[in-house]
Design a protein around this ligand. Structure first.
Ligand SMILES: [Ca+2]
Length: 186
């Protein structure tokens, strides 16, 4: 009985720590089927899960995609992107993009020759290298200062992938969610 009481006390203490932590996270996540791309392409473009998390203590929004296969640097053009509507329901949209590009195929790309870069797309243009990112196996992450997205209280997002630049009639390969947006309350 005493052991059980101890266990309960410890559990309450842990729960209190979790709830009271200044680094509490607000997360919005969506799962997506494997094999549902609009056209045949590398499974590295097939979204399995998309997630946006805010770590309040760190002051960073984490945009994360889990894919059906590892992303390799040997592929040609690739963009793993989030379309962000901030504030939610407004006319303001941003593109949070991690991409493998070459100026030969995408004019606003940061350099000649294939390389990885981040790009923030706004109504007024593209800023290359506006935020940090990582590409690790089948996981693509972007680390974005909320101020870059207007520092709003409620935003909406959807994720998509491409193996050809937007424009020129190419469509995204996969979306998560498949329609509409996911809402993140900060
Ligand atoms: Ca998918």
């Amino acid at each position: 009985m005493i052991e059980r009481v101890r266990l309960i006390v410890v559990s309450i203490a842990i729960l209190t720590l979790m709830l009271g932590s200044p680094a509490s996270a607000h997360t919005a996540v969506v799962a997506d089927p494997v094999g549902d791309m609009a056209t045949a392409a590398s499974p590295a473009f097939d979204i399995v899960q998309a997630k946006v998390t805010e770590r309040k203590g760190a002051g960073i929004l984490y945009f994360q995609l889990e894919l059906a296969a590892p992303v390799t640097e040997t592929t040609g053009f690739g963009a793993w992107a989030f379309l962000v509507n901030a504030p939610a329901g407004s006319a303001t949209f941003y593109g949070v993009v991690v991409r493998h590009c070459d100026r030969q195929v995408q004019a606003v790309c940061g350099a000649n020759g294939y390389h990885w870069e981040s790009a923030l797309l706004t109504a007024t243009g593209t800023t290359v290298g506006a935020f940090g990112f990582s590409v690790d196996g089948a996981t693509v992450k972007a680390y974005v200062d909320p101020a870059l997205l207007g520092d709003v209280g409620v935003l909406r997002w959807s994720a998509n992938t491409r193996n050809a630049p937007a424009g020129g009639g190419s469509r995204a390969l996969d979306f998560a969610p498949n329609s509409g947006f996911v809402t993140l309350e900060r």
